[in-house]
Design a protein around this ligand. Sequence first.
Ligand code: THU
Length: 146
Amino acid sequence: MSLAPAQEADLLAAAEAAARRAYAPYSDYPVGAALLFDDGAVVTGCNVENASYGLALCAETVAIAKAFEAGRRGGLVAVAVVGLKADREPITPCGRCRQVLNEIAALGSTDPLVLCAGSEGVRRVALSALLPHAFGPAHLDRASEP
Ligand code: THU
């Protein structure tokens, strides 16, 4: 699956704008995520850190939580992730975020395209490639849970 260049640029811009709203005083590694749904809606998130370091929330997880709260239960077609300080390797969603992304993807039977931004360009990879053989709702017989 691929996005039109303009759609891809818009999604990356939304993720970058979210990264600029990150609360990341401890790592100084601001991250933004933007989720694109099949109705064209975009839901963003940024990382939210905490004085108790281990409680940090990643940008992707924040975006997914917002999407669930907005009533979404599928329809995820693409995800853009931007790290403002990701100046070497393109950033990729951490393991926990891959699992969190998989939940909404599985509910809607989509395999979202993940755009990972770096200074050298954008890495485009399917979520199923980032998280093969994923554990998901179907394992618990909850494939179409509301
Ligand atoms: N972070 C994200 O927000 N998303 C990722 O996929 C990787 C890591 C955040 C967590 C923490 O606030 C900071 O980046 C440094 O690890």
